[in-house]
Design a protein around this ligand. Structure first.
Ligand code: SAH
Length: 363
């Protein structure tokens, strides 16, 4: 079988793997063994699977490939130990993931797409548009590769890296089910958060999936007018439509939604903005995460001052809304979404053009 026709074995849930192995004439328990190698023992290739016969390993290697992401770069924050990974995908694309240590356990932030087509004004991931969706295996393997690299258990996963997860809906769902499958790493669904810029129909669809994950909505403004200035998706779905989708999500799942609100100096950070935000959060009992905007070179947004952020939080509190100011982890290591990938790609490109003039490759 030609290399390009091999199938992606790590993206197959256990029931599909059983069918595939049955078609190869293997006994059903072999599928369980293989799934364990891939998703519990975190094997990187078929050669490691010592209790499968050599013959079966060879057959698998002829028909399937095993997605194993390779770290191209790891940056470790001297401030808080946060680790930022840049992974190479089999087709040469790059994605970022971040590992953070909290008192309640280790958390990994993963990417769901290479690039993004949502166009949020302050976000570096979207500057070059969408390259492609990630497969379930490519999302899982960000967690697996980091688990292996640190040698420490990961207890929380947040889908808050590059990409819009609900724009890659089917792969995201397979990923969520496999990550929390009792036959795999079996993370608690409550410890998994998916963050969306607000695709209302997909939020309503997600509400029907019977998952106990946390949904975070990137609101960033409390009026349609202001939101449209920051997020083009606001032209497609109004805040009223989004709130209705959130209400349905809460009703069906019983899970409270988190609002994310990036504070941009002079844009969305007045007391009046806080009151409008509180009015949206109140009926749904939402928690609000306040994120001081992380300025990117390509845009001229500035952070609100410390005092303004605190005043915004106090104003929310007056209306009984809990707002947590997100600690900026890894500020010294290209913390903002998409920055590390972008810088590395740019330096690859610069290197290539330098090479033409006899320059030296640095990455
Ligand atoms: N597409 C998803 C995940 C994006 S990243 C979403 O929109 O929710 C996770 C969060 O970081 C989002 O709330 C996003 O709007 C925010 N974000 C992206 N770039 C940022 C920046 N430079 N400063 C502050 N927040 C940013």
């Amino acid at each position: 079988m030609a290399e390009g026709q091999k199938r992606d074995i790590k993206s197959l849930p256990l029931d599909q793997l059983k069918e595939e192995l049955a078609a190869l004439g293997e006994k059903p328990f072999r599928a369980g063994q293989l799934y364990r190698w891939l998703h519990v023992k975190l094997a990187r290739d078929f050669g490691e699977m010592s209790d499968l016969s050599r013959q079966l390993r060879e057959t698998l290697g002829e028909r399937y490939f095993c997605t194993s992401l390779q770290p191209v770069r790891v940056q470790v924050s001297r401030l808080d130990g946060t680790r930022k990974y840049l992974f190479a995908l089999p087709d040469g694309n790059l994605v970022e993931s971040v590992w953070m240590r909290y008192h309640h356990g280790n958390s990994v932030c993963i990417s769901s797409q290479v690039g993004c087509r949502m166009g949020c004004r302050f976000c570096a991931s979207t500057l070059d548009g969408l390259e492609r969706n990630l497969t379930p295996a490519e999302m899982l393997d960000q967690v697996y590769a980091i688990w292996l690299d640190t040698g420490e258990r990961v207890s929380n996963v947040v889908v808050m890296g590059s990409g819009e997860p609900l724009d890659n809906y089917d792969n995201l769902l397979t990923f969520l089910r496999m990550l929390t499958d009792e036959n795999g790493l079996h993370l608690s669904q409550r410890n998994v958060t998916v963050s969306t810029c607000g695709l209302a129909p997909q939020i309503r669809r997600l509400a029907e999936e019977k998952l106990q994950i946390t949904l975070a909505l990137s609101l960033h403004a409390a009026t349609d007018e202001k939101r449209k200035e920051l997020m083009p998706i606001a032209k497609r779905y109004s805040i009223a439509e989004l709130m209705e989708a959130c209400r349905i999500y809460y009703e069906k799942t019983g899970r409270r939604i988190t609002f994310e609100y990036s504070l941009v100096g002079g844009k969305n950070d007045t007391d009046q903005d806080a009151r409008a935000l509180a009015a949206l959060a109140r009926p749904l009992g939402c928690h609000v995460n306040l994120i001081p905007v992380n300025p990117i070179r390509e845009r001229d947004f500035v952070q609100s001052g410390r005092a303004r952020i605190k005043a915004f939080q106090n104003e929310l509190e007056k209306y009984k809304i809990n707002g947590t100011i997100r600690r900026e982890m890894g500020r010294d290591i290209d913390g903002a979404c998409g920055q590390l990938r972008r810088r590395t790609m740019q330096s690859f490109q610069a290197d290539r053009s330098q090479q033409d003039f006899g320059g030296r490759q640095t990455c």
